[in-house]
Design a binder for this molecule. Structure first.
Ligand SMILES: [Zn+2]
Length: 265
């Protein structure tokens, strides 16, 4: 997916995080893996999918959440230009892609890479749970949830659209219909985006997204776009522009992770 800033799975897992938020039980990794497996099999312990620390509760641990979260905690909002009638697109993001202090990507980004590039559906389910934690004010503000689509070729190659997985969780949490058919991706014409600035990407050519619907179908619709990563905002801007040009009234976006290239931490 062109929007993802790092598809290099050889990057080390970042380990910097607030010590106070770390779980207290620390074992040598081989012993920890054995204990974790035994505990999970016996039903009396679980492990964080981000750091594998043993915990009493299910899901991503507070330390992994804190590592990617902004100063105000998880789920913050920024705005990007839609490149259409000067409309701005609010973008909600759960956390930052990069670990604090230049320590590579965060553990949640590692979990996302495990999902996207190794096809680990258990990782996808854990990430989907994040999208059940939308703040209540978002309820009943949208008519449709639309995942950022892949091209047909990439969808065939990968076998699934990671944004659609996250969008299904958001649809259930917000009780808003999932309408993936409202937006298509015609091409990846902008190619690999790593290392390019937002201005460079916007000069690369026509919009790779289109709305394959008859005129008027999006009339007055309020749409929430969902994606896994926002690198410079160009993908979301192009998708939002396609929806607004086709008659959508309002478009916002929610992403799992945002790159420090999009917003100052
Ligand atoms: Zn963790």
């Amino acid at each position: 997916m062109p929007q993802t800033p790092a598809n290099d799975e050889t990057k080390p897992i970042a380990t910097s995080s607030p010590d106070a938020a770390r779980p207290r039980l620390r074992l040598a990794p081989p012993i920890q893996r054995v204990v974790t497996s035994l505990g999970i099999l016996c039903g009396f312990s679980r492990s964080c999918p981000g750091c594998a620390d043993i915990r009493e509760t299910q899901g991503i641990c507070p330390a992994c959440t804190a590592e990617s979260a902004g100063p105000a905690g998880p789920w913050n909002t920024t705005q990007i230009s839609s490149l259409f009638l000067e409309q701005l697109i609010p973008v909600r993001y759960f956390g930052h892609y990069e670990a604090p202090g230049g320590g590579g990507r965060c553990r949640i980004a590692d979990l996302l890479a495990t999902f996207k590039y190794r096809g680990r559906r258990d990782a996808g389910r854990e990430l989907g749970r994040i999208f059940t934690r939308f703040p209540p004010p978002m309820r009943e503000r949208f008519d449709a949830i639309v995942p950022i689509p892949l091209t047909a070729e990439k969808l065939h190659r990968r076998g699934f659209n990671q944004a659609a997985w996250l969008a299904r969780s958001a649809s259930r949490a917000l009780r808003v219909p999932l309408r993936a058919e409202l937006l298509s991706r015609i091409s990846d014409q902008d190619g690999p985006q790593a290392g390019r600035s937002g201005v460079e990407r916007r000069r690369l050519g026509p919009n790779p997204f289109c709305v394959p619907a008859r005129p008027g179908r999006l009339n007055e619709a309020r749409i929430l776009l969902i994606d896994d990563v926002c690198t410079t905002g160009t993908t979301i801007a192009q998708a939002a522009r396609a929806l607004l040009c086709a008659g959508a009234l309002h478009v916002e976006a929610a992403v799992l992770l945002i790159s420090d290239r999009s917003i100052t931490r």
